[in-house]
Write a protein that binds this ligand. Structure first.
Ligand code: NAD
Ligand code: TDX
Length: 352
């Protein structure tokens, strides 16, 4: 298979490309604009392989996308490119509308025109749209998100992703375009940009800075190790039923405070602080995120029963691996924090 992966320089996209190039026969064209979240250094271990190509392209650029389809003649698209951070969407929604909605529309149209041209030759083609559980809104104390749960997005980010899911659905329903969609819970693991909770906690703790916990830390997220997500995406793309959606999750519901405290305990064991009894003393409760969803939890029985996918990593093992990775890859972290991965400086999450 020749696969166009959009957003392949991001956190999940780079895990997916490492998986595809190491574990499958696929060749990969990484189409990425290289926003602040795109980091080609996350692909250093595979970018020299013959099956890998990179194109610095904005998915909103219809001409550039048409050229990509013409030049590479892919058999599949795995669409991950997006603005992905909820807090940024609250401060500046415009880019989320642009990339997540207009970009997905532009990509769908480019892909549909290409598919129209090649399907007459009997060539196979599939479009995997990678989305999030946040489109379903928030849960109370009970219940799980299933594929039948109504969409009730609450943040500009989740609304833009919900809109992109609807576009993909409509392109299938109206044009017969061969799509499959996945909705996944919170990912964690190596190479995650330090704006998301888990890397913020690890890097702030190591730097002796306050660890910001929004509100009372009681919000619940359902965590999945990123390599399990990458494998799930490949499974859904190759074996999922056309036009269907699949929820992906790891059955790891934790309060944010539990997550933060566990990371501090792992750090206390792996690299005890010279000045603090425990990194937990850095935990600082800060103003809550506006519109903060209370609880996410995924019912993953459809992908498990229909496609036989189950996560390999437990939350404990995945978190140990993740903390170890950040400790062992200080170069990658430093180059992100000092901005040298793209020539500018990043302000790490503060406490206000
Ligand atoms: P990320 O922010 O780490 O990476 C996004 C990538 O997309 C970056 O490499 C960026 O340069 C690229 N990109 C952004 N705008 C672009 C544009 N206009 N054209 C081309 N490339 C562009 O995101 P992530 O956490 O790896 O998430 C990847 C996908 O998975 C997103 O669609 C996200 O909504 C979805 N998702 C993420 C999570 C999670 O926990 N991180 C969970 C479920 C679903
Ligand atoms: O400093 C922090 N302190 C804190 O308490 C940060 C950055 C977050 N939080 C809280 C907010 C959330 O309840 O931790 C939880 C996780 O926050 P994020 O890491 O920002 O993730 P979330 O908002 O849950 O969204 C993530 O999962 C679903 C991804 O960013 C999305 O792209 C994905 O769709």
């Amino acid at each position: 298979m020749r696969i166009v992966v959009t957003g392949g320089a991001g956190f999940i996209g780079s895990a997916l490309i490492r998986f595809l190039l190491r574990e499958t026969d696929a060749t990969v064209v990484n189409v990425d604009k290289l926003t602040y979240a795109g980091n080609l250094e996350s692909l250093d271990s595979v970018s020299g392989l013959p099956g890998y190509s990179f194109e610095q392209v904005d998915i909103c650029d219809a001409d550039a996308m048409a050229r990509i389809f013409h030049d590479y003649q892919p058999s599949a698209v795995m669409h991950l490119a997006a603005e992905s951070h909820v807090d940024r969407s609250i401060d500046g929604p415009a880019q989320f509308i642009e990339t997540n909605l207009v970009g997905t529309y532009t990509l769908l149209e480019s892909a549909r025109k290409y598919w129209d041209a090649v399907k007459a030759d009997g060539r196979q083609f599939r479009f995997l749209h990678v989305s999030t559980d946040e489109v379903y809104g928030t849960l109370g104390e009970d219940g799980l998100f299933t594929e039948e749960t109504n969409y009730k997005p609450n943040s500009p980010y989740s609304a833009s992703k919900a809109g992109s899911d609807h576009l993909v659905r409509a392109w299938h329903h109206t044009y017969g375009f061969p799509v499959v969609t996945s909705n996944c819970s919170n990912n964690y693991g190596p190479y995650q940009f330090p704006e998301k909770l888990i890397p913020v906690v690890i890097l702030n703790a190591l730097a002796g800075r306050p660890i910001p916990v929004y509100g009372e830390g009681k919000n619940i997220r359902d965590w999945l190790y990123v390599d399990d997500h990458a494998r799930a995406l490949y499974t859904v793309m190759t074996e999922g039923r056309e036009g269907e959606t699949y929820n992906i999750g790891g059955h790891n519901e934790k309060t944010n405070l539990e997550v933060v405290q566990t990371i501090c305990e792992i750090l206390d064991a792996m690299t005890p602080s010279e000045t603090l009894d425990s990194y937990k003393s850095l935990i600082t409760f800060v103003a809550d995120r506006p519109g903060h969803d209370q609880r996410y939890a995924i019912d993953a029985s459809k992908i498990e029963h229909e496609l036989g996918w189950v996560p390999a990593e437990s939350f404990d093992s995945g978190l140990q691996k993740t903390v170890r990775w950040y400790l062992d890859n200080q170069d990658w972290c430093n180059r992100v924090v000092d901005g040298s991965y793209r020539g500018e400086r990043l302000g790490l999450g503060g406490t206000s």
